[in-house]
Design a protein around this ligand. Structure first.
Ligand code: 26W
Length: 838
């Protein structure tokens, strides 16, 4: 069971001031050297960069820990409503620099280190990325933790402490190879606090005995139990001395009390049982937007949910006695359906552990839980076989069964005789538990992540649920942390902005609109161009060092960085590059703005077509980069092992942001917002948050092309698109599609057959050929606009100036006010909130 002690960490090297930003440079230097010696038993001269990094992180953690303790004390006193964000993924990236920035001591630290001959950047580069997520959903969770702490909300993350994060990608012979991401390097994570005294017991398997003696009791027997041991990662608020926590659970088995004899003849069996059970939290599933019903994944989901719920209820009961007050004091948010078992688990705790009756437990559960949907792709919707759930989680399955019965009855009552409707909305149907249906039934709020996405949920994917309970549905457009993605990742731009409009945009990102008048200031636009150039030089240096390719920093840096997926259409980008290359080969003197195309992204290991896409891009890059006849007008790069840290290098250096998903398929996108904030121009479809970006930046400052979502959905519903028509009528398209299989590339002629056939023989599901022509035109417009330097810089500036609305602080104010109904004063992200942009 869960226990909690209020242990406080002793400080070893007290800083003279309690406010971190008041620490002097000399004190910081001395504390750093002392920490280093103490931790490693080595002098500064003897220490490696890795050891110095560990010492600096430890010192920073020590400062953080004081604020953590203070925050906890304050909260115990104020008893604010607590938000728990449950997510199976957190894509944190590195934390040292963002912690220093949020504490307000980055410059002090850099200066202190320089006194002893150390470059802060050298130590920052020593940190491994914490890659406990696949893509958008995981990075969003990390951005939100940052915003919740910055806004001072009592908001905590709950997740899993995967021993191996998202695989490391190596490109060998143009193909993706996957290697384990041993991010912990068999040590502990520098930022975490292990809290074994707060471990929770999670039960799997066994049977349920129903005991009726007056009141029905459910007794779970013969189960296997695994300890969930929490590791708390501090989440530092921006210069507000608030520290929240991200609690990551790790599976552990305690064999000290097991006698070896019950497992067999020798202790090896006990030890191998321990290893087997603890492997539960070994790996992050590398699947993004593709559901596979693996039992280990289901175990992970329940492990996260059960441990978190026990912790939440335990913490609640430390300060409150009546469980009926839970919805007033606690909000539990589930990040997609992966933690949807929180619904039956909360029911189980309330009914079995606290003897509440069904109705009361259900009312509390629904009022406490809210759910965000992150995808409309049918292949991503989770459905677990009944047999698997029954066996692995017998009591939870009984509760889901009861939820289903009551939910179906309710639908039937409202729609008598409409069996089709009941079947389409049932939580259990066709021998499977539909997790999205469970999530909708068991929460008071369901939200999409961009306006168009929510509309698609309401009008199409979840239409039956919407008509059943329209008030549950709302939209909260995603946001990103401007502190990491602008202040930290692009210090030159941040300084330029602050010099121009002052620092208020850091607390109130909507103040970035104060930049608008500078659109007419030629000198400012020049400075903006200089910042971009410097960032491009930094990226060019990385590319030269890592790939030995020289790129022209006067060329357009056109970036397409995200997970590799058919709907994200990296292939469309590749086909366009082939087309540009064909034109150049035909006439090397053709007027064409030089371009550097940058790709980055991982393919799920089992996703054949996505892996072929990587091979296509790398093969194209090889061919083009070697070709001297095109006078260096085109370069193509696939940057391996795309992760948060690489994004921080690429985004500030990009001129063009490729957001070219098939309209209706990308729920929101968040990379699009990061690029916008860094002054890259979006080349995109009317999909996800691109639509809101085009509204905020104004349609003149973005390049839009392609089918609308409505047109795409109409084709999906009614057919009527034949890729052969496009292929036969546009010679540019015919040429590039043929080149996939006609020996144009120096590889086996069948290498790209799957890509070719998907376009011509399998209906071109993502409308690449249909959108090709308008994509080419939009790209041409990009090239022409770039030649007018001042116009381009003006457009960049207006994008930056209008990007404040996409700050996670705005998103979280919306969640806080409209979904979690927090009882504290509403957090403010915009000084002039009444005149907010939207
Ligand atoms: C079960 C397999 C699986 C794994 C991950 C299914 C679905 C997912 C995620 C929901 C996919 C995801 O990351 N979605 C992305 O979420 C972002 C944050 O809201 C959005 O910006 C992206 O558009 C969306 O693709």
């Amino acid at each position: 069971m869960l226990t909690k002690t209020n242990q406080e960490c002793p400080t070893r090297f007290p800083m003279p001031s309690s406010k971190p930003e008041h620490v002097s440079v000399v004190d910081f230097r001395d504390a750093f050297v002392a920490t280093l010696q103490n931790l490693h038993g080595k002098s500064l001269a003897e220490s490696t960069d890795q050891e110095k990094f560990i010492a600096l992180a430890a010192l920073t953690k020590e400062i953080i820990s004081k604020n953590l303790i203070e925050t906890r004390k304050q909260r115990a006193h104020d008893k604010p409503k607590q938000v728990y964000y449950l997510s199976i993924e957190y894509l944190l990236g590195r934390l040292l620099e963002s912690n220093l920035v949020n504490l307000g001591i980055r410059d002090t630290c850099a200066e202190a280190l320089s006194l002893v001959g150390i470059e802060l950047n050298t130590l920052l580069a020593q940190e491994e990325d914490a890659g406990l997520g696949n893509g958008g959903l995981g990075r969003l969770a990390a951005c939100y933790l940052d915003s919740m702490a910055a806004l001072g909300l009592a908001g905590h993350g709950c997740g899993l402490r995967y021993r191996y994060g998202l695989f490391e990608q190596k490109i060998v012979g143009g193909y993706q190879h996957e290697y384990p991401d041993n991010w912990l390097k068999n040590r502990s994570y520098v930022w975490e606090y292990r809290r074994p005294e707060e471990k929770a017991s999670v039960r799997f398997g066994g049977t349920v005995r129903v005991h009726t003696n007056g009141r029905t009791k459910f007794i779970h027997e013969n189960y296997e139990h695994i300890w969930a041991v929490p590791y708390d990662v501090p989440v530092v608020g921006y210069k507000n001395e608030i520290v929240n926590t991200l609690r990551l659970w790790s599976a552990e088995v305690d064999i000290s009390s097991h006698t070896c004899s019950i497992y067999g003849q020798d202790c090896n069996n006990v030890i191998s049982y321990k290893h087997g059970a603890e492997s539960l939290t070994d790996i992050l599933y590398p699947d993004d937007s593709h559901y596979e019903g693996r039992v280990l994944r289901l175990k992970q989901q329940y492990f996260l949910v059960s441990a978190s719920l026990q912790h939440i209820i335990h913490s609640f009961r430390l300060h409150h006695s009546k469980l009926s007050e839970l919805p007033d004091k606690v909000a539990i948010h589930i990040n997609d359906t992966h933690p949807a078992l929180a619904i039956p688990e909360l029911m189980r705790i309330l009914i079995d552990d606290y003897s509440l009756d069904w109705e009361e437990a259900w009312s509390i559960t629904v009022k406490t839980i809210s759910y965000t949907n992150h995808t409309v792709l049918p292949e991503a919707l989770e459905k677990w076989p009944v047999s698997m759930l029954e066996q692995l989680l017998p009591r939870i399955y009984m509760i889901i069964h009861e939820i289903n019965e009551r939910y179906c009855r309710d639908i039937w009552t409202k729609n008598p005789g409409d069996w089709d409707r009941v079947r389409s909305m049932a939580v259990i149907a066709d021998g499977q538990v539909h997790m999205a249906h469970l999530a909708i039934a068991g929460s008071h709020s369901v939200n999409g992540v961009a306006k168009i996405h929510t509309e698609i949920l309401k009008n199409s994917v979840m239409n039956n649920f919407y008509t059943h309970t329209p008030n549950k549905f709302s939209n909260v457009t995603n946001g990103i942390t401007h502190r990491r993605w602008l202040l930290m990742a692009n210090p030159l731009l941040a300084k330029l902005i602050t010099d121009a409009i002052g620092p208020s945009w850091l607390d109130y990102p909507c103040d970035l609109t104060k930049l608008t008048p500078f659109a007419k200031d030629a000198a400012f636009l020049e400075d903006l161009a200089k910042v971009k150039l410097q960032n491009k030089l930094n990226l060019a240096k990385y590319i030269k060092h890592k790939y030995n390719v020289i790129v022209d920093t006067n060329s357009i840096f056109d970036s397409h960085i995200k997970r590799i997926h058919a709907y994200k259409r990296q292939c469309l980008n590749a086909l366009h590059i082939m087309h540009l290359y064909n034109m150049l080969r035909e006439n090397p003197n053709i007027k064409m703005t030089p371009r550097t195309f940058i790709f980055g992204g991982k393919a799920a290991p089992g996703y054949y077509k996505a892996k072929k896409t990587i091979k296509l891009i790398t093969t194209l890059a090889d061919k083009i980069n070697k070709d001297k006849t095109i006078n260096g007008k085109l370069k193509v790069l696939f940057l391996g092992n795309y992760n948060v840290s690489l994004a921080e290098l690429i985004i500030p250096a990009s001129d063009v942001s490729e957001q070219i998903s098939t309209a209706s398929r990308e729920a929101s996108g968040t990379g699009n917002m990061k690029f916008m904030m860094n002054g890259a121009l979006t080349l995109g479809t009317m999909d996800g948050a691109n639509i809101e970006i085009s509204e905020a930046a104004d349609a003149d400052n973005i390049f839009i092309f392609g089918l609308s979502a409505e047109e795409v959905l109409n084709y999906y519903r009614h057919g009527g698109y034949n890729p052969w028509d496009v292929y036969n009528s546009d010679p540019r398209i015919k040429t590039v599609v043929d080149q996939l299989v006609n020996g144009f590339f120096p590889v086996d002629q069948n290498e790209f057959r799957t890509i070719h056939d998907a376009l011509l023989y399998h209906g071109d599901e993502y409308f690449l050929l249909k959108d090709f022509s308008s994509y080419v035109s939009a790209q041409q417009q990009v090239g022409e606009t770039y030649l007018s330097k001042s116009l381009w810089q003006q457009m960049c500036l207006l994008n930056i100036a209008n990007s404040g609305w996409f700050a996670g602080d705005r998103t979280f104010s919306e969640y806080a006010a409209e979904i979690w109904h927090l009882d504290q004063p509403l957090p403010v992200w915009c000084q002039c909130q009444s005149q907010a942009l939207h």
